[in-house]
Design a protein around this ligand. Structure first.
Ligand code: GCO
Ligand code: MN
Ligand code: MN
Length: 387
């Protein structure tokens, strides 16, 4: 297998990922900035299918309308030359000092209004370039001190903005779906809608919950010490997995944005296996960047590595599914003992009576062990490449 990415893999990168210049809180950029057109060509060379952007990755925040027109024209030309598509777009509501206290949840009503206006324009730009999913990452929506904001009030403000923008999108005739991206902290001390669970609950309170799903990110749930796959699986089961941000992260560290699969290979394996088994058909977006130590060749190695690792793990997932010993164990651990009262498939008084009258051999049930050590070892052997 050559593990070459194909369009149907739907691998995407943000302009900001391969365009990352390596600035961090302690150091200046180490790589030269590239234009959006150069980045589109770089991604095409690496084999990506799509490219996503924040409004200001493409059009600088202070661009004139003539500049905007020229930039968008050049960008679209690069897309048609390379065949790359733009499946997702988003708004930068975090870089400009105007957003120092958040955007939709800022205490300043002028900031909240400006953030909604900026997002309306960014939605127009995204749709103009072909985006079908619109991501909301509330990077600055949060606090350092809970003396400063009422978190319940902040959720109301967040809801009001999302409701307004969902209606705006529909009023323009756009077919966009919104995807909320949770993160627990960085750049704020604490960010609202901290995890996939918070976001899924929030969505049920919106005017049009069907239009809104989630964009979970490996690093973000991991920073919160959570099992990423469990959040993804719950979103999937609720038809809310509209997008996914793949990268890697060590628990307890700063926001690392490592190359996909480079840190927690077992977690990455189970994630890829889940996405492939259920037939997730959205973008697989790598929201990560090359080490600051690397130059331009390292950026390409990073981008190719993300996709190659995904495809290697996809092959390993197929191997796991086809492994006779593993499948025998999977069958065994899910086998149903005969003679159980039929209570499932909805309540009925008869079923309740049947279940109520059944006598269980608790000691026998409790004495039954599971061959999970074996199953996990065989899984590790698939991952390590000896099966
Ligand atoms: C981060 C986030 C961002 C968002 C991006 C798109 O930790 O900085 O993951 O990269 O994904 O702003 O919404
Ligand atoms: Mn992130
Ligand atoms: Mn992200």
């Amino acid at each position: 297998m050559d593990y070459a990415p194909r369009p149907q893999d739907k691998f995407t990168f943000g302009l900001w990922t391969v365009g990352n210049v390596g600035r961090d809180p302690f150091g200046e950029p180490v790589r030269k900035p590239k234009t959006p057109v150069e980045l589109v060509h770089l991604l095409a060379e690496c084999g990506a299918w799509g490219v996503n952007f924040h409004d200001n990755d493409l059009v600088p925040i202070d661009a004139t309308s003539a500049e905007r027109t020229q930039i968008v024209r050049d960008f679209k030309n690069a897309l048609s030359t390379t065949g790359l598509v733009v499946p997702m777009a988003t708004t930068n509501l975090f870089t400009d000092p105007a957003f120092r206290d958040g955007a939709f949840t800022s205490n300043d009503a002028a900031v909240r209004a400006y953030a909604v206006q900026k997002t309306m324009r960014a939605i127009d730009l995204g749709v103009e370039c072909g985006a079908e999913v619109y991501v909301f990452w509330g990077g600055r929506e949060g606090t350092e001190s809970d003396a400063t904001k009422n978190p319940a009030e902040s959720i109301k403000r967040f809801r009001e903005a999302i409701n307004f923008l969902a209606s705006y999108s529909k009023s323009q005739g756009y077919k966009l779906r919104f995807a909320l991206e949770p993160k627990p902290n960085e750049p704020r001390g604490d960010i609202f809608l901290a995890t996939v669970g918070h976001a899924l609950a929030f969505i049920t309170t919106l005017d049009d919950p069907d239009m809104v799903g989630v964009n979970p990110e490996v690093a973000h749930e991991t920073m919160a010490g959570l099992n990423f796959l469990h959040g993804v699986a719950q979103a999937w089961e609720m038809n809310k997995l509209f997008h996914i941000d793949l990268n890697d992260q060590v628990i307890g560290r700063y926001d690392q944005d490592f190359r996909f699969g480079s840190s927690n290979i077992k977690g990455a394996f189970h994630l890829v296996k889940f996405l492939e088994d259920v037939g997730y058909n959205g973008s697989k977006h790598f929201d990560a960047h090359a080490f600051r130590t690397d130059n331009d060749e390292g950026v390409k190695a990073f981008a190719k590595g993300c996709m190659r690792t995904y495809l290697i793990l996809k092959e390993k997932a197929a191997r796991w599914n086809a492994d006779k010993n593993i499948q025998a164990l999977v069958q065994q651990v899910n086998s149903i003992a005969p003679g159980l009262p039929a209570w499932q498939g909805g309540f009925s008084p008869d079923k309740a009576k049947l279940l109520s009258n059944h006598s269980f051999d608790r000691a026998a049930i409790g004495s039954k062990g599971q061959p999970y050590e074996q199953l996990d070892q065989l899984t590790m052997e698939v991952i390590m490449g000896v099966r």
